[in-house]
Design a protein around this ligand. Sequence first.
Ligand code: CAA
Length: 377
Amino acid sequence: MDFNFTPDQLDLQKMVRDFVAKEITPHALEMDKEGVVPSDLWKKLDEAGLLNLTVPEEYDGPGLDALSIAIIYEELGKGCAGVATTTAANALASYPVVLLGTEEQKSKMFKILNAGKLAAFALTEPGAGSDAGAVATTAVKDGDSYILNGTKCFITNGGIAEIYIIFANTRKTAGIRGLTAFIVDRGTPGFSVGKKEEKMGIRASNTCELILENVRIPAANRIGREGEGFKIAMKTLDAARPFVGAVSVGLAQAAFELAIKYSKERVQFDKPIASFQLVQAMLADMAMQVEAARLLVYKACWMKDQGVPYTKDSAIAKCFAADTAMKVTTDVVQVLGGYGYSKEYPAEKYMRDAKIMQIYEGTNQIQRLVIANNILY
Ligand code: CAA
């Protein structure tokens, strides 16, 4: 077993770390306040090759392995989980096409992503969250077209994407067996962006409702077969969940480093609080949890890269890392006390950002179900 990164991965890690320290961390609190990623940062992320990580080499993409992508998300997560979420949503949306797209679909979508534009993965609906099979959006075949009707909610990049992967039901009564994936371009008549969510955390990321009213798209925009959408969604989430884990690890690491620095500087009872054993125990627990989460994320990515089944390990990595981010950031606020609760320090932002890691791309309750299903049956 080799715990070392390759020279290429080490170079990549250093490049992203430097980029994040210069371009993201200093602006994270401002982006959180404003609820937006400034357009010049998009440009810089794109120029640095950090916006579009999943396009294969044969389509002029970076052709990165999963572990290298996780290295990038960990570093982005240290700077701002909102920015990391936006680029991770791009990866999520690209997987259905990577997995099952036709040549035509691949060249179209990857051209858009290579041009620095964004994509969105639209599965969730008001009545279909954890129960992804309950999608009510319909897609009715009409000659060489499909006509889509429905509403999607909580869609990351919803208001700013150029291309959307929309899951709709082609056989209303068939449940998950009717779920089908489609590509919808922004600007298609009948397709509009609804309300933007005002969120607790990851505020720099854009989360919107999508409305589809008699949206006519070519049948050639269907990904895979009719009824294949549920499996496409599940395989996509398998691939993307370790990246939620990676962002969680980066976020927890950044919070942990803040607690170390603060506890060495903060003097109470004539001593730095780092000298008190109750504080040391909290820091030691943080160190253990972050390291364990990191190794689980790397292992899930390594399994994907080896081409072995990794559904269970993907869920373990996402669940453990997200729970770790929540626990560590909550304890970091505690170590910082009143300063942790104040918006002057990033601790409270870390804690707000951590919460979504336990919710999106499948709640941690769903991850536990996936793990249980894989160990029992
Ligand atoms: N890979 C391939 N196939 C899979 C699979 C996987 N990982 N998981 C399930 N399947 C297949 C099963 O084999 C089964 O196939 P057959 O019927 O042919 O045997 C079929 O799918 C149904 O499987 P289940 O019976 O296990 O399905 P279920 O209805 O009981 O529920 C679930 C599965 C795990 C609860 C699933 O609904 C789920 O993951 N829910 C969470 C949804 C989710 O993660 N949403 C997040 C939205 S994306 C997001 O958050 C993005 C954002 O903007 C940030």
